[in-house]
Design a protein around this ligand. Structure first.
Ligand SMILES: [Zn+2]
Length: 126
């Protein structure tokens, strides 16, 4: 490895920079800005792979939180047309929830779960 004035030759580890610099033996990036930029790019790859999943869940939670008025059984019924008019993200990722309040499978997201019946969506708090 090339060595000059007590420093080592490197190529910046941030692929969009790639500049050559002299620095400590274990230094990977030419500057803190490149280190930060590299980490941000990694994060954005994760966001791309997530394909907006977290955003859809947050959007669904925001919509339901604003509407949720449970009856005496803790149930909140809303028609799918009304949900659609609020741009509810029907393709949000959900988990399967088994719950005594409904004798079937429910779909969970955040602190809510729901099932569908006759064009209605029936929501419960988990
Ligand atoms: Zn750099």
């Amino acid at each position: 490895m090339e060595y000059k004035d007590g420093k080592y030759w490197h190529e910046c580890g941030f692929d969009l920079c790639g500049c050559e610099f002299y620095g400590r033996l274990n230094q990977i990036y030419c500057s803190p800005a490149c280190k930060q930029a590299h980490n941000n790019r990694k994060t954005s790859k994760v966001n791309q792979a997530a394909n907006g999943a977290d955003l859809k869940i947050k959007k669904a939670i925001r919509i339901i939180m604003g509407l949720f008025k449970p009856d005496r059984d803790g149930k909140f019924v809303i028609h799918q047309v009304q949900l659609a008019s609020l741009a509810f993200p029907f393709d949000l990722p959900t988990i399967t929830v088994k719950d005594d309040r409904y004798n079937g499978k429910m779909f969970g997201f955040g602190s809510f779960c729901f099932y569908q019946q006759d064009g209605n969506f029936i929501f419960y708090k988990i």
